[in-house]
Structures are given as structure tokens and as C-alpha cells.
Design a protein around this ligand. Structure first.
Ligand code: F3S
Length: 389
């Protein structure tokens, strides 16, 4: 890789251990993927925040960086943690809570924003064409495909290294020639709900691997495209899709999506066989303002049934700026949890064995990461199950 003189100086330890370590990570990554240089980024988003998914070993690395005075050079947001500061914090064993708080403390020392969300784009929409280093696969696909920003799918350590250096290696979909669709997808059935968008993503992710599809048959609803983004990244390595007409295109590979493909995918994700859920969960990826308002409208004047929990998860930012909706949901007995989700929290420790959700991604991970069975239904049906009256 061609490094500037300043980058060479960082690599030769002139700016301390933390900067040298981060530069080494970026250079190694760049060499691995054939990058010729580093390019400046406008933001970074770091995943691997939850103690449940992170474990112990990386905490010492984070502490070492923070103690060595590492500081981020660009706006850097954090993915969800394993608990929220109001509800789950009182239910999670104290030793787990303390570990989680320790992780957040290290990030805080390095100057990362305590956004704690997989939807950092609601805190500030990235500019079209801006280069970023985002981890969190759902946000990566959404940013590239819906917002027109440019980011590879980073891992937590490389996103953090990029944040501290303020640059990322120039490879993958940072390069315009790698952002062209190389597969055509014709959705031959009408997509009627966010659940079907999610099912489409789960199905396509397996077929596409890392290809970039041009998909015909999508609506422009950003919340539904958010479900597609999350799901397509769950089962494959695709980092962006394009929506549009495929009639004039000459690309070779063509995939036809029939309603039976979606039906089968949804059936496979429904593992709870109609059993009553312990938890109804909306907010994977974290809710938008529009979703918060919709939930508030649907629960108005009703109460959550005894024996069922209703969790609505959002970023701290959306929770704090959707006050009326939050009030309405909580009045109905639901919990609006900020900065967390079922997948990265310890639902199994709360005795939750069956989760009902409108998110294909959550349903996909239920058996492995949440040790639970799942029911996948659109938001309206999830809330109908959670509510009485
Ligand atoms: Fe976000 Fe958790 Fe889903 S991090 S994308 S709500 S699995």
C-alpha cells in the first residue's frame, strides 16, 4: 500500500502504541484486500458492544486502547448493548451488568457517542457518496442501498481502528466499479408487509452470497427496505442492493422470486408452532419515528395481556424524541427499551422461551442466540397477540 508520510510516521510509533496498533490493523486489512491507499472517512460505527456477544477477551484490548489515550477522529456511533438503563438493568445479574458498564466506559474514554443503536442513520443521515467505516451488517446494507453512502462491512475492531485513524482502506464498495449490480432479481409477487421484505432478504442472502442484486418489485417504504437490508445481510455477505427495472439489463445471472419462496422462508422461520409468546418484540432493526407512531396508534386504549411482555426497541435518540409515542406504549404496559435488543441481551436468563416478532433477522437468530422459538408475523398481528381489549 502507498502510505503518506504521516501514515508512515504513525506506523513507526511516532504517535504512540494505540495509533500504531490501529494503523497496523488498517494496513493489514488493506493488503489482504488489495487496497492501494487509505481514504478519509466521515463517520464510523462500531459493533460488538454487548457483553453477551463480546465476551471477556476483547475488554482488555479496549481498556489498553483507552488507557493509551486512543481517541476517535470522526463521529463514531456504537451498536446496541445487552441491557437498557431503565428496565433490563434491574433484571440482569449484577456481574453481567458491571461487565457491560465497564465496556461502555472504555468506549466513552475514547470519545465514542453512546448512541447504542443499529440505526445510526436516524441520529444523522450520512451524505450520499460519503465514505464511512461501519460495522453492523443491517446498517451497512441500508446505508449503501437506501442512503447512497459508501461503506464496506467492517468488523468491530476494524471499524474502531478506522475511527481512531480517521481513514479506511480503499477497496470493496469504496470503489465505484465494485458498486455495480451483477445479478438480476425479479420479485414476481407483491410484497405485502415488512415480514415479507424480511423473508425476501433471508432467501436472497443465501442465494446471492456477496453479489450485488438489482431488484425489481420493491416499494420505496424505508422501514420495509430496512427489514430487507437486515435480512439480506443475515444469511449472506451482500453489502448493497439496487432497486429498479431489470428489462434493459444484460447481466447474466437472473433470479426469479415466487410467492412460494417467501411462504416457505416464513414457514421455516416460524419455529414456535403457534405457541403463545413469552415476549412480543418490535424493533429489529431499531424503530424509526414512523414505526414508533404506528405502534402507539395500534396500542392506544388497550393493555398488554398478563403473561406476555411487549418490548419496543429503539435508539436512545428516537426514544427521547418520540415522547408521545413512548408515553402511549408504556401506558398500555409495553416497555420501550433504548439501546438494546433481544438478540444481544440475555432473554434466556429472563425465562423467555418463545419470541414473536415482525423481524426476519430476529426470528432467524432466535434458536441460536436467544435459545428461543420464534413466531414471525407483521407488526399488526404481533401487537394483536400482545394486547387485549
Ligand atoms: Fe439491531 Fe439487534 Fe436487530 S442490533 S439489527 S435490533 S439483532
Amino acid at each position: 500500500m502507498q502510505l503518506t508520510r504521516e501514515e508512515e510516521r504513525i506506523l513507526s510509533d511516532e504517535q504512540g502504541w494505540a495509533n500504531r496498533t490501529c494503523m497496523k490493523i488498517l494496513v493489514r486489512l488493506g493488503e489482504l484486500f488489495g487496497a492501494e491507499k487509505l481514504i478519509p472517512i466521515t463517520s464510523a460505527h462500531v459493533s460488538g458492544i454487548s457483553y453477551k456477544t463480546l465476551g471477556d477477551a476483547p475488554i482488555e484490548y479496549l481498556r489498553a486502547l483507552a488507557d493509551a489515550n486512543a481517541k476517535v477522529k470522526v463521529k463514531t456511533t456504537l451498536n446496541p448493548q445487552s441491557l437498557d438503563p431503565d428496565y433490563l438493568i434491574r433484571k440482569i445479574p449484577i456481574e453481567l451488568r458491571n461487565k457491560q458498564l465497564d465496556i461502555l466506559k472504555q468506549f466513552d474514554k475514547m470519545g465514542l457517542t453512546e448512541s447504542l443503536t443499529c440505526t445510526p442513520y436516524y441520529l444523522g443521515k450520512p451524505r450520499r457518496g460519503s465514505h464511512m467505516a461501519w460495522a453492523e451488517s443491517s446498517a451497512v446494507v441500508y446505508a449503501n442501498s437506501v442512503l447512497g453512502a459508501w461503506t464496506n462491512r467492517e468488523g468491530g475492531p476494524s471499524a474502531l481502528a478506522a475511527a481512531i485513524i480517521g481513514k479506511t482502506p480503499d477497496y470493496g464498495i469504496h470503489k465505484p466499479e465494485n458498486r455495480q449490480p451483477n445479478c438480476l432479481v425479479n420479485v414476481k409477487t407483491e410484497l405485502r408487509s415488512e415480514t415479507e421484505y424480511g423473508a425476501l432478504g433471508i432467501h436472497l442472502g443465501k442465494l446471492l452470497r456477496d453479489k450485488i442484486p438489482l431488484i425489481q418489485g420493491l416499494q420505496k417504504d424505508s422501514d420495509q427496505l430496512k427489514q430487507l437490508s437486515a435480512a439480506i445481510a443475515t444469511t449472506g455477505m451482500t453489502n448493497m442492493f439496487k432497486a429498479g427495472s431489470i428489462t434493459e439489463r444484460k447481466e447474466t445471472e437472473r433470479i426469479e422470486i415466487e410467492s412460494s419462496d417467501l411462504k416457505r422462508t416464513i414457514e421455516e422461520l416460524n419455529t414456535a408452532s403457534g405457541r403463545k409468546p413469552d415476549l412480543v418484540f418490535i424493533g429489529c432493526p431499531h424503530c424509526s419515528h414512523a414505526e414508533m407512531k404506528k405502534i402507539a396508534r395500534l396500542v392506544k386504549g388497550k393493555k398488554v395481556k398478563r403473561g406476555i411482555e411487549l418490548w419496543v426497541c429503539a435508539s436512545c435518540h428516537v426514544r427521547d424524541t418520540a415522547k408521545d409515542a413512548v408515553k402511549q406504549i408504556e401506558k398500555s404496559g409495553g416497555h420501550v427499551l433504548a439501546g438494546v435488543c433481544t438478540v444481544v441481551s440475555w432473554t434466556e436468563k429472563l425465562g423467555i422461551k418463545t419470541i414473536m416478532t415482525n423481524s426476519a433477522k430476529t426470528a432467524y437468530y432466535a434458536s441460536t442466540l436467544s435459545k428461543a422459538d420464534a413466531t414471525l408475523k407483521p407488526m399488526e398481528e404481533c401487537l394483536k397477540t400482545a394486547l387485549q381489549g
